[in-house]
Design a protein around this ligand. Structure first.
Ligand code: GLU
Ligand code: ZN
Length: 496
């Protein structure tokens, strides 16, 4: 690419950072990084009524959390209102736009008439396009309100080659003279967006297919403003399993990037998941490091068809797309343990389970805990929910562990204190000694070793499954092991 690559992410700050928006941001960011270009963050806050400060903060925090760094901005669209007006005036002065004095009632009446006459094209009829100078002067003298309309060329076609979808074109006579300035003097978003992209020297516009309704009209604006037309690439939409657009209204918080941060996602894992919603590497790879993804990314491989966000509402096990959870689990298990430990620290702090010693004397223990637990976990939240017993004494025993591995064997009330006594008699609990003690006890009692061992897992870790129990007898501190085994009587009492 010989021209400097300059792309932009221009969210409208009317809500949180949506995963669809994040996906667009990721594509732009990757494209900029791939070509040594620049990513510009522009906050399109022109809709003053719907734009909020919290939303701006949420978007910026979300971008930072995802690790999507930008090179310029944030610019705020409202800071450039004068430039938007100047552009409209230039178009008026050069005869490429005109004042339309039609009233709402007049336009409505014409529309009705056209519909009754079954005309296929019921857009604006160009009534004010060639008003006589005296007529214009008369309307202006009486201060009659007007909008500014763009004069669409009467002939020819307008088109472009979309990097994703190929050639898109339409005859100009199918496009009505569209409004660029409202009767209150405010330039329309369609124009502001183009003026800003020209000023920011945007070379490539990568955005969702939902913006395609604007593209041809915007190309006409670029041409009329004598500016080079950027390259366009329109990304497919992300739909749910019922092929409906994913939205906060129908899907709730799950569509917000914030949701993933709060649910123990690793930022890069989410980036990795989101990029695959709408792009493919051309082979079957699904996991990419940052460098690999930058290397592999191209606009040509953006999918043409819509992508599916596979989310079954109401299934707590799959609280979001299972693919997102699996990709997160992959990173959780394969990233350097220190990195995961640092993320888990945040969760522990949030839940009041962090001890300074985990950064001091007990650092080795802490890292080993993270390393053992992550084999079965999917998110960093799992450490404080499913893994709570490793960090606190007040934890619940999961129902199936309690029923299947404890309550089914009333004799455990005797057996587990025996196990505790024998472990106490060893001067240091090692995995080997723990195994020998459990085996000896089971043989003497004529029971399967699994019975006391599985029960011990339930009482010590609260879970039905986990790392090797013999390792765990040695990993937990001795007093904790003995105390939790001896709690067995109380557990039975509480359950009866
Ligand atoms: N502000 C628009 C949005 O948030 C973006 C328009 C564009 O990318 O051109 O949907
Ligand atoms: Zn008119």
């Amino acid at each position: 690419m010989n021209k400097e690559v300059r792309v932009r992410f221009p969210p409208s700050p009317t809500g949180y950072l949506h995963i669809g928006g994040a996906r667009t941001a990721i594509a732009n960011w990757l494209f900029a990084r791939r070509h040594g270009g620049k990513l510009i963050l522009r906050i399109e806050d022109t809709d003053a009524e719907r734009s909020t400060k919290e939303s701006i903060k949420g978007i910026i925090d979300g971008m930072k959390w995802l690790g999507l760094d930008w090179d310029e901005g944030p610019y705020f669209q409202t800071a450039f209102t004068a430039a938007h007006r100047t552009a409209a005036e230039r178009l008026l002065a050069s005869g490429k736009a005109y004042k339309c004095f039609c009233t709402r009632e007049e336009l409505e009446a014409k529309r009705e008439a056209a519909l009754t006459a079954k005309q296929t094209h019921v857009g604006y009829d160009g009534h004010c396009r060639d008003l006589a100078q005296e007529q214009i002067a008369a309307f202006e003298a009486e201060n009659r309100p007007f909008v500014v309309r763009f004069k669409v060329p009467p002939e020819g076609e307008v088109g472009y080659v979309d990097k994703v979808l190929g050639r898109i074109a339409r005859p100009c006579n199918e496009i009505e003279d569209f409004v660029i300035v409202r009767s209150n003097g405010k330039p329309l978003y369609l124009l502001c967006n183009v003026v800003d992209d020209i000023r920011d020297r945007i070379s490539h516009i990568i955005r969702g297919q939902d913006h395609m309704t604007n593209t041809l009209r915007q190309i006409l604006l670029y041409q009329a403003l004598n500016a080079p037309v950027p390259v366009f690439a329109h990304m497919p939409l992300t739909l749910d399993l019922k092929k409906a657009k994913i939205s906060k209204r129908s899907h709730g918080e799950i569509v917000a990037v914030q949701f993933y941060r709060d649910h123990g996602f690793i930022p890069w894992a989410l980036v990795n998941f989101l990029v695959l919603l709408g792009w493919n590497p051309g082979d079957d790879r699904e996991i990419f490091s940052k460098e690999e993804l930058i290397e592999a990314f191209s606009l040509e491989r953006i999918n043409k068809s819509n992508s599916i966000f596979n989310y079954r509402q109401g299934d707590p096990k799959f609280f979001t797309d299972p693919k997102a959870i699996n990709i997160n689990g992959h990173y959780l298990r394969t990233m350097p343990v220190e990195d995961i430990a640092a993320m888990v620290k945040n969760e522990l702090v949030k839940d009041g389970l962090w001890h300074e010693a985990f950064d001091g004397d007990r650092k080795g223990w802490y890292l080993k805990t993270i390393d053992m637990l992550r084999e079965r976990f999917y998110t960093t939240r799992d450490f404080v929910t499913a893994g709570r017993a490793f960090f606190a004494d007040d934890f619940e025993i999961e129902e199936k562990a309690l029923k299947k591995n404890v309550l089914k064997h009333p004799d455990l009330v005797k057996w587990l204190p025996m196990l505790a006594d024998r472990l106490e008699a060893t001067n240091e609990i090692t995995p080997e000694k723990a195994e020998a003690v459990a085996r000896g006890l089971a043989e003497e009692l004529g029971i399967k070793m699994g019975i006391p061992v599985n029960a011990a897992r339930a009482l010590i870790t609260g879970r039905i499954k986990g790392p090797s129990m013999f390792e765990l007898f040695a990993h937990f501190d001795r007093d904790t092991v003995l105390k939790r085994l001896r709690r067995v009587g109380r557990i039975f009492e509480a359950a009866s």
